[in-house]
Design a protein around this ligand. Structure first.
Ligand code: DAH
Length: 340
């Protein structure tokens, strides 16, 4: 029986090692290690062996069985195709990949910057925590001007405010470079406004500034007209209404023909045919002189446009707060919409 055992060990080892794939390995396992296989057959013979040899034979048989099973397991591992990367735990809960979208304001801001970029304007940036010096003083804002009032402006310590307009970026830009200057600066501004459907204490403006030799008001009007036609359609008309801003002289408020009724009058424009879009004017020489520009040589125009209003018109949003609430039920409606 001992020689029988040695032969089976040799045959089984060869067969298991020779198996070239999992099917062949299983074939060999069945032959030697299954319940009716050759090793099991040897265990049956054990009862017939001489009683004195039985313990030694039994131990040898057990060893044979464990050795062959270990070899089978090792071969199985070697023949199993390896998965690439870390193994997957299929019992973990799944992860949903959310599809994001652009915020309606982002869409409109990208369109605005694209249009002005195409006209040669560069995008400039400025801080939202701003010095009173830039927010008011260097913009030629007189001490008595109501915009400085604490009921309108949020004052911080040490001569700072939360900026009430994007206009201080004009001053910062001119301080940092010589003419010609051609920038726009979109961003957040803050005022003590009681929130309602059209007012929010934080809202968005886009500042514009062009300073060079011989810049005229005709260029201001032409630039804004080209901009609004690109944004609202080529039939759009522009209207300047005389106004006052400390940093421009002359100054005007800008209206465009209502893009919904084309100027005939409707609910959106409250039957006037016009929509108010922002302010503009020729940069006051006091502002240019303040940053050290030669006012004999250079003139410029500036404008400050509301952005939230444009987004609300564009997408039919009737409450400005929807823009800032981050309610996904609202935001989801913009998935898939990209800047034109
Ligand atoms: N800063 C003004 C505001 O917030 C808007 C404005 C008007 C900006 C005329 C300008 C401008 O640059 O020229 O009401």
């Amino acid at each position: 029986m001992k020689s029988e055992l040695d032969k089976i060990r040799a045959d089984a080892t060869t067969a298991l090692n020779a198996a070239a794939d999992l099917a062949a390995l299983e074939h060999a396992s069945i032959k030697f290690l299954s319940r009716k296989g050759l090793v099991a057959g040897l265990f049956k013979l054990l009862g017939q062996a001489d009683a004195s040899e039985r313990p030694a034979l039994g131990q040898a048989l057990n060893e044979l069985k464990t050795d062959l099973e270990a070899l089978e397991a090792a071969r199985k591992l070697a023949l199993t195709p390896k998965s690439k990367g870390p193994s997957l735990d299929w019992t973990l809960p799944g992860r949903t990949s959310w599809i994001g979208g652009y915020h309606p304001l982002t869409i409109v801001m990208r369109e605005i910057t694209d249009i002005f970029r195409s006209m040669g304007f560069r995008v400039a940036d400025g801080p939202e925590i701003e010095l009173v010096k830039y927010n008011f003083d260097m913009l030629n804002t007189p001490a008595w001007h109501p915009s400085r009032d604490e009921s309108d402006t949020i004052y911080l310590a040490n001569g700072f405010v939360v900026r009430t307009e994007t206009s201080p970026v004009q001053v910062r830009t001119m301080e940092a470079q010589d003419p010609p200057v051609r920038i726009i600066s979109p961003g957040r501004v803050y005022r003590r406004d009681r929130p309602d459907a059209t007012h929010s204490p934080m809202f968005h403006q886009c500042e514009g500034l062009y300073v060079d030799k011989g810049v005229t008001m005709a260029e201001l009007k032409g630039t804004l007209l080209a901009f609004y036609r690109e944004l609202f359609g080529q039939q759009t008309k522009l209207r300047f209404r005389p106004h006052f801003f400390p940093f421009t002289e002359p100054s005007a408020e800008v209206d465009v023909t209502c893009p919904f009724c084309k100027g005939d009058g409707c609910r959106i424009c409250k039957s006037t045919g016009w929509l108010e879009m922002g302010g503009c004017g020729m940069v006051d020489p006091n502002v240019l002189a303040g940053v050290g520009y030669d006012t004999e040589l250079y003139t410029g125009f500036a404008f400050g446009l509301g952005i939230d209003r444009i987004a609300m018109l564009r997408f039919g949003i009737n409450n400005i707060r929807l823009l800032f609430d981050s309610d996904v039920r609202f935001l989801r409606q913009f998935i898939g919409i990209t800047p034109r």
